[in-house]
Design a protein. Structure first.
Length: 137
């Protein structure tokens, strides 16, 4: 798995302030960041240039994070996804469901920088090769 300095991250959230906040946190940590505002655009971005990780809001206008998780799962994609939500009761409810569907980690909004970086490390930890610089083939 690439290091943070070369890992590509895709942020999917319909709230521009959340996208920009996540981008700042992830860029500061060395990630190359792209962002879109909905799951449809995320699918197009993933098909064009597969990221190393996706961070997606569960609830967005139109298709949301659940649809994106299902899309990745149907394609047997190895791209880890972090699910986010800020709705009350989501930690055990909606984010719990996202985990059951295949999200590798979850983040409750509003988030702290540490929460985001720990979730990324947890999600990427499942995909890291024991041989630096090499991917599982």
């Amino acid at each position: 798995m690439p290091t943070a300095l070369s890992s590509r991250a895709l942020i999917v959230d319909d709230d521009e302030s959340v996208r920009l906040s996540l981008a700042r946190i992830m860029q500061k940590a060395g990630y190359l960041v792209a962002f879109v505002s909905n799951a449809r655009d995320a699918v197009a971005e993933i098909c064009a240039a597969a990221p190393d990780i996706v961070v997606a809001d569960v609830f967005m206008q139109g298709a949301g994070g659940f649809e994106l998780i299902n899309w990745l799962r149907r394609r047997k994609s190895a791209i880890p996804l972090i699910a986010m939500s800020g709705l009350k009761g989501t930690l055990t409810g909606q984010l719990g469901l996202a985990s059951k569907l295949g999200a590798k980690a979850t983040v409750l909004k509003p988030f702290q920088e540490r929460d985001v970086l720990e979730a990324i490390e947890a999600a990427l930890g499942d995909c890291r090769s024991p041989w630096p610089g090499r991917r599982w083939g």
